[in-house]
Design a protein around this ligand. Structure first.
Ligand SMILES: Nc1nc(=O)c2c([nH]1)NC[C@@H]1CN(c3ccc(C(=O)N[C@@H](CCC(=O)O)C(=O)O)cc3)C=[N+]21
Length: 286
């Protein structure tokens, strides 16, 4: 069987069209503020594409850029200014931050109502409790939409999440649990990860290791969601993006799989716009 390649770009396009239509009906355009530290080229690419999408759906946006040497106090002061700015509905602090800045302290400083990354402890706690009313981290939210596009009911399924970060693995596990799946989270210290993966009806990989996940790790018919974005050298001397999954081989075992690029990445950005719209609507209603 050759798996269905889940078209993340197309599904993201549908989410963005919906966001754009709903934003157009608002009294005030939603506003997104991005904080970017350092000069990592990949981070700059991601932030550029977020700002481009924001403009396309009719949002205002602004970016505060800082050198790698910026102090934590300076970042916290900018977060406070965005918290206080009435035209800013969503605040995103691009990660990773440099080591001298305490990421959790910065997340804690963001107004939870403007926390469009869903990383403030209040929003993370709401996600963990399986409840509505909070903002959900963009990548796991996008992954869940992609999964549900091929499997609307996850009740009783075995889901395995590779990676236990605050931004992907932990909220992904919480969302799958809320969908009534049986969830296992594997990480760097896990013994026999391939064995765990072999029992997965749904496998979400967020590790950052190019082509780590092989075809013999995959249960026949599984749904495979690849969050990894890894740049690798090509024999021709160029480079290209690959995921955490050996796509060509796994495709012959799985029933559905997301490609890289064109899978989870575009959905992450679409969900950021969706969260910004949600935050703007909640704030404008008051
Ligand atoms: N606070 C915070 N929130 C984030 O959501 C966040 C972050 N920090 N730090 C970095 C990661 C990475 N990330 C991506 C989003 C879109 C693509 C994306 O659209 N990728 C395209 C390809 C892009 C390319 O060609 O380079 C694709 O997969 O098709 C990739 C990566 C969001 N992140």
């Amino acid at each position: 069987m050759t798996a269905l390649a889940i078209d993340g770009a197309a599904q993201a396009g549908a989410v963005l069209a919906d966001v754009r239509a709903r934003a157009a009906r608002m009294a005030r355009r939603p506003g997104l503020a991005v904080i970017l530290v350092g000069d990592d080229p990949a981070s700059h690419v991601y932030v550029r594409s977020k700002l481009k999408r924001a403009a396309e759906v009719g949002f205002e946006s602004r970016t505060a850029r800082f050198s790698l040497e910026v102090s934590e106090a300076d970042i916290l002061a900018h977060v406070a200014a965005f918290n206080a700015a009435p035209e800013v509905d969503g605040i995103l602090v691009q990660l990773p931050l440099p080591d001298h800045i305490n990421t959790l302290r910065v997340m804690a400083a963001i107004d939870p109502d403007k926390d469009v990354d869903g990383l403030h402890a209040l929003n993370a706690g709401k996600v963990a409790q399986g409840g509505a009313g909070g903002l959900t981290p963009c990548t796991p939210l996008g992954c869940l939409m992609l999964i549900k596009s091929v499997a609307p009911d996850l009740t009783g399924m075995n889901a395995v999440v590779l990676g236990s970060s605050n931004i992907v693995g932990k909220p992904m596990a919480a969302l799958l649990l809320a969908e009534r799946a049986t969830v296992t989270v594997a990480h760097i210290h896990t013994r026999d990860t391939p064995f765990l993966c072999c029992g997965a009806d749904v496998l979400v990989t967020a590790v950052g290791k190019p082509r780590l996940v092989r075809a013999d790790w995959i249960k026949p018919g599984a749904i495979v969601i690849d969050v990894g974005i890894n740049r690798v050298a090509t024999p021709e001397g160029g480079s290209r993006l690959v995921g955490d999954v050996d796509f060509d081989a796994v495709r012959e075992v799985a029933s559905a799989i997301t490609p890289v690029p064109g899978g989870v990445g575009p959905m992450t950005i679409a969900c950021l716009m969706l969260n910004t719209l949600t935050a703007a609507q909640a704030r404008q209603v008051g």
